[in-house]
Design a protein around this ligand. Sequence first.
Ligand code: MTE
Ligand code: HPA
Ligand code: MOS
Length: 758
Amino acid sequence: MNAPLRFAGQALRHDSALKHATGQARFLDDLPEPAGTLHAALALSPVAHGRLLGLDTAAAAAMPGVVRIITAADIPGENDIAPIGHGEAMLADGVVEHHGQSLALVVAETRDAALRAAAAITPRIEVLPPVLSIEEGLAREAWIIPPQTIREGDAATALAAAPHRLRGEFHAGGQEHFYLEGQIALAIPGEDGEMLVHSSTQHPTEGQHVIARVLGVPYHRVTVQCRRMGGAFGGKESNASWVAAAAAAAAALTGRPVKLRLPRRADMAATGKRHPFLYRWDVGFDATGKLLALDALLAGDGGHSLDMSGGVVFRAVTHALNCYAVPDVTLTACAVKTNHVSNTAFRGFGGPQGALLMEEVLAAIAAHLGREVEAIRAENFADRTPYGQALEAGLIRRVHAEAKRDAGWAEKQAEIAAFNASHPTLRRGLGSFVCAFGISFGIPHLNQAGALVHIYTDGSIRLAHGGTEMGQGLFIKVAQVVAEVFSVPVEQVGISATTTAEIPNTSATAASTGSDLNGWAAHAAATTLRERMAGVAATHFGCTAEEVVFENGAVFPAKPGSNERLSFGDLAKLCWKARVSLSATGFYKTPDIHWDAQAMRGEPFFYFSYGAAVAEVILDTLTGEHRCLSAHLVQDCGRSLNPAIDLGQIEGAFVQGLGWLTSEELFWDAEGRQRNLGPSTYKIPGSRDVPPILRTRLLEGAPNRAATIFRSKAVGEPPLLLATAVVNALRAAAGVVRLDLPATPERLLLNLRAQETG
Ligand code: MTE
Ligand code: HPA
Ligand code: MOS
């Protein structure tokens, strides 16, 4: 696994890069619509909480082009789209639990007709008071996920005995995914109850299951296919399943193909977001800032239903100490039920929320002791987690030191101090962040993958695996793995859409595990085929199978003096003539991971990915406006499968994290209606928010010590957390400790004014 690589490890561009740039890449809405395709639209709840007494649909039904109106009672199978367990309605039935909840589905000849009719449906709702804050959910003990605690030592006793003690509380907001391609599905009914659904989904298998449940048919009737998504970020892990099921229900009930594409407003109102969190903490430490004891609560807003909140809470609590050590610690996390849309997976999946805790704690300790937070940070690095899993302290120190070196920390500090001393209103600040992010699905059995490789008689290879492409470059990475096994140029490997018909029972492409899992599964399938081919080649060359060499598109015996060789294609043809199968499946399951949910201990992650950042900001103290001037990032990708893709992932994740932490604010009014359902009022980062100096580097010479594919590491989510360095820089610039997030200009201005008035 440490041998030199020829095809894997190359900085190849994304297989669709040119097609993305020229508009030739086909997204779902670009597929030709089958003759007779109908269009669906959702009627959404105008209130956050209430008893649904009925729907007035007569006016909508009479509108031109309307074919059918579907309510909960019409659903052929179960009205249940829960990704885990049971009990989440696809169309509201009896009760409305959030603003924007789906009430009915209108099917019409055109999308415009469907949207107009959907808007004409009037629900009769007896309004009930909504629960809209985490505090209220906690007070009511309205659990989506009841409190779960990781405990080590005795925090209460150690807190009481600590020479210094501080308490605090802060909030972090949620985040809208804002994928460029919104939620969309096209369902095409076939014979005997068959349903083919093109779905923009991270999780084709879950789509298949939810569609089958809603239609009341066995899984084998349903095929879900996805060539690519125009972004997903966790938002198409579970939410794509109900969108696909709604299209399929409409197709089943009308007997015609149905496309459902949510308008941006509906997408933002009806689909889940990142979980907002409330933090309450109590820390004990000594005079140098050494952490002694911590008791913390992390409470997430689960929204109105379970969805995947269990996994998010798990990741929040397992990442709450991040890379820091506290000998006596109690970490409790939960998710409360509110009348918000059900919150869901979002890049980092609770990990970014968890890791915010220690940043506020360290900032508070530093301010209290009058020491630099950097010194306290470095003196408290951990070599294991509080649930008993080892961390690589050497890598934590390395990424931190390298990011600081790249940024020129000391010189920059001096420069900033001089600037701040001389400028009356502008203030600059510098901050760092270090991260240890656990890689694996929190639920052990999800850590599995399958692949299917065919070789045709011209030597071209068709690759299928269970992973989905959302822009992250998974397809090219897995193709590089297969190219490496056969030692053929990557162009010889044909990438295909993901479909449940080829790879069954897959996990979501999520938890950053896409290339770890599917890379090994494809490696297994390709290796099986290579061994078969080597057997045929050995007979042909008169050598042993072990002596057959595959090298750069050719196959030859490693016999001294031999100049015999075959092209890969000629060997494929020879195999076919010899009646040797040129098709194989591959399977992989992550070894060694385990978790004891009773004891809240174990080794749930196959390994950790490490990263660090240094960010510099400038803040206008008159307006609160701010800007990130520079960011230096160092991310551990092990032995990268594709450094070009990984750099893009790191930059993109950092900017997405910057949006979450500094500008993207979900705003609900007192009745629980989200009032910023579009980009004019919900501010995602634009190109000018990218720091003018953004230097990203992969950690060098650090192959994964865990046996991942070619010793690479996952990259999809961890670098999002690096944007936390910007928050720390803003703390420094504003001279504050407690900072609710996102740190918008309004919030910073309030903080600055509060300081002035004492
Ligand atoms: N990159 C792009 N361009 N688009 C996306 O939607 N999703 C992220 C990350 N990078 C995403 C992305 C999320 S949330 C995850 S979990 C991983 O990609 C999933 O893919 P991987 O496991 O292949 O890294
Ligand atoms: N990440 C993303 N999705 C998931 C996870 C996770 O850790 N666990 C279950 N679904
Ligand atoms: Mo990513 S939040 O695990 O889809």
